[in-house]
Design a protein around this ligand. Structure first.
Ligand code: AHR
Length: 508
C-alpha cells in the first residue's frame, strides 16, 4: 500500500483562522429566501415567518457571517423596495435571474433573522444600476442613530437602534459581462473609490471627532474567477484605485464536475490545488499594489463565493416565476470529497483569506435543502463544513507532506490533500485529509511539539458510489465514526480508503 507522510509542528504556523472563514451567502435567488429561510405558515416558522428547522441546521453549521442580498441580484436591486409595510412594497422583475421579486423580505427582515440566528450581517451595495448616493443612504438607513429622513424611516419601521452593520460589499462581480451594469476595471475602480469614501463619511468616519460607530469593513469586487480574460489585471487596477480605502478584495470561484471533459474526474479532483494557485496569484497582486501605493495596511481576501456548482444544468422553471426551483444542485459524494479539499485550501491560506462565504446557504447550491411546507435535508457537503467549522479553528499549521501528484487540466494536484489546525484555547488539533487516489493509502502523521496527544474523534466519509446523494427520503452519505487510532509521541497512522475524506481530532 502506498504511504504518505504528513508532518506538522505546533511552532510552524501559517496564520490564525478568522472565524469569518466559515461564512455563507444568501441571495434573492430561487428558493434561498422564500421557502428557504422565510416561509410564513410553515409548521416550524416563528412569528416573523423564519423557519425554525432551517435555523437549527444553520446553527449546526456554526455559520458566523452571511452575505446578503446578492450576488447578481444585487446589481439591479433597490434596497428601499424591501422596507416599510409589506403590502406597500413593489413587486419587481429581477433581471439577473429572470424571476419575480415580491420584496416581502428586505433588509429589516434580514437583520431580524441575523439577530435571532446569532449571525453577523454582510450587506452589499448596488454598483450596477445603483449610485454612490444610494449606497450612502443604505449605510445611513442601517447605521445612523436618528434625526434624518432616512434614519427615521428605519426607526418607523421598527428598529429604534441602529444596526451598526460593519461588513459591506461594494458591488458584485463587476468584471462580468453578465452583470447588470458591468463596468471596466478602471470605471469600477473609480466608482468603488467614491462609494467607499462616501459610505465611510456616512458612517461618521473621516471627521476629526470620534464616531460612535465601528469603522466599516469594506470589500471591493475582485475577479469572478481566474478564467476571466481580465484576471488578474482587474484586481490590480481596482486595488490601485481603492487600496487605501478598503479592507478586503473579494474573489469568487465555483468548480464543476464535467463528464464531457477528457479526464473529468482528475480535473474535478484537482479543484483544491487550483484554488490554492488562484489565491496565491491574488495574494501576490495585493502585495504588488501595497508596495506600489506605499501602504503599510494589509488588504485581505474575502472569498465570498465558493462552492461546487453544475452550471451546465438546464433551467426547467419558466420565466418570471416567484421563488422558482433553480440552481438546486443535489450534491454527490464526489462533490463532498472535492468540497472538503476546497475547505482545506481555505484553511491553508488563512493568513490572507480572512472571510469565506460558502455560496450559498439554503436551497440554491446549498448544504441545506427544504421542501415547501415540509422537511429539510443535509446535503453531502453539509458534513465536511459542519465538522471543520466547529473545530478547525485557531491556527493552521504548515504541512510537510510527500504526497505524489496527478495531472489534470489545471496542472498538477496532490493525491493526499491535508489541513492541520491547532486550537490553543481548546487544546485540540484537527487533521482533515482527502485521499483522491483510487487506491487506499496509509497516512503516517507526525505532529510535533504538542506533548501528550491522544485521539478524541475520528470520522470518515467514503462510498462505493461516487454519485451517491442525500434526499428528503434519507441521508445516505454522511461521515461514520471509526475506532480511535493509537497515538505515540505525536505519531499516528491512518488508513485512508480510496476516494475518502478523513477527519481526526486530537487533544492534549
Ligand atoms: O451564487 C450564484 C451566482 O454566482 C451569484 O449571484 C453571482 O455572484 C455568481 O456568479
Amino acid at each position: 500500500m502506498k504511504k504518505t507522510k504528513i508532518f506538522a509542528d505546533a511552532n510552524l504556523i501559517i496564520g490564525t483562522v478568522d472565524p469569518h472563514l466559515y461564512g455563507s451567502f444568501l441571495e434573492h435567488l430561487g428558493r434561498a429566501v422564500y421557502e428557504g429561510i422565510y416561509e410564513p405558515g410553515h409548521p416550524t416558522a416563528d412569528e416573523d415567518g423564519f423557519r425554525g428547522d432551517v435555523m437549527g441546521l444553520i446553527r449546526e453549521l456554526n455559520v458566523p457571517i452571511v452575505r446578503y442580498p446578492g450576488g447578481n441580484f444585487l446589481s439591479g436591486y433597490d434596497w428601499w423596495d424591501g422596507i416599510g409595510k409589506k403590502e406597500d412594497r413593489p413587486v419587481r422583475l429581477d433581471l439577473a435571474w429572470h424571476t419575480t421579486e415580491p420584496n416581502e423580505f428586505g433588509v429589516d427582515e434580514f437583520m431580524k433573522w441575523c439577530q435571532k440566528t446569532g449571525i453577523e450581517p454582510m450587506l452589499g451595495v448596488n454598483m450596477g444600476t445603483g449610485t454612490v448616493r444610494e449606497a450612502s443612504r443604505f449605510v445611513e438607513y442601517c447605521n445612523h442613530a436618528g434625526g434624518t429622513e432616512i434614519s427615521e424611516m428605519r426607526r418607523a419601521n421598527g428598529a429604534k437602534e441602529p444596526y451598526h452593520v460593519r461588513y459591506w460589499c461594494i458591488g458584485n462581480e463587476m468584471d462580468g459581462p453578465w452583470q447588470i451594469g458591468h463596468l471596466t476595471a478602471d470605471e469600477y475602480g473609480k466608482k468603488a473609490l467614491e462609494a467607499a469614501k462616501v459610505m465611510r463619511w456616512t458612517n461618521g468616519e473621516g471627521a476629526d471627532v470620534p464616531t460612535p460607530n465601528e469603522k466599516l469593513k469594506l470589500i471591493v469586487s475582485g475577479s469572478s474567477n481566474h478564467e476571466m480574460k481580465t484576471f488578474p489585471e482587474w484586481d490590480r487596477i481596482v486595488l490601485e484605485h481603492t487600496y487605501r480605502h478598503v479592507d478586503y478584495l473579494s474573489m469568487h470561484r465555483y468548480y464543476e464536475y464535467n463528464e464531457e471533459r477528457e479526464r473529468p474526474l482528475e480535473d474535478f479532483l484537482g479543484s483544491a490545488d487550483d484554488m490554492n494557485e488562484y489565491i496565491g496569484t491574488l495574494k501576490a497582486t495585493i502585495e504588488y499594489v501595497r508596495a506600489k501605493v506605499r501602504s503599510q495596511k494589509q488588504v485581505y481576501i474575502s472569498f465570498d463565493e465558493w462552492n461546487i456548482w453544475t452550471q451546465s444544468a438546464p433551467r426547467l422553471e419558466p420565466l418570471w416565476k416567484r421563488a422558482p426551483h433553480i440552481l438546486e444542485d443535489v450534491y454527490t459524494f464526489r462533490d463532498a470529497l472535492v468540497f472538503a479539499g476546497l475547505m482545506n485550501t481555505l484553511l491553508n491560506n488563512c493568513d490572507i483569506v480572512k472571510i469565506g462565504c460558502l455560496a450559498q446557504l439554503v436551497n440554491v447550491i446549498a448544504p441545506i435543502m427544504t421542501e415547501k411546507g415540509g422537511g429539510v435535508f443535509r446535503q453531502t457537503t453539509f458534513y465536511p463544513f459542519r465538522y471543520l467549522s466547529n473545530s478547525a479553528r485557531g491556527e493552521t499549521l504548515r504541512i510537510f507532506s510527500d504526497s505524489d501528484t496527478f495531472e489534470n487540466m489545471y496542472g498538477k494536484a496532490h493525491y493526499v490533500n491535508t489541513a492541520v489546525n491547532h486550537d490553543r484555547a481548546r487544546r485540540t488539533v484537527v487533521v482533515s485529509c482527502c485521499n483522491y487516489d483510487q487506491s487506499a493509502r496509509e497516512a503516517e502523521i507526525e505532529l510535533r511539539s504538542f506533548g501528550g496527544l491522544k485521539a478524541a474523534e475520528y470520522v470518515e466519509m467514503t462510498s462505493s458510489d461516487l454519485g451517491a446523494v442525500n434526499g428528503f427520503g434519507g441521508e445516505n452519505v454522511r461521515p461514520h465514526s471509526k475506532e480511535l487510532p493509537a497515538v505515540k509521541d505525536g505519531k499516528t497512522t491512518l488508513l485512508l480508503p480510496p476516494m475518502s475524506w478523513s477527519y481526526l481530532k486530537l487533544t492534549y
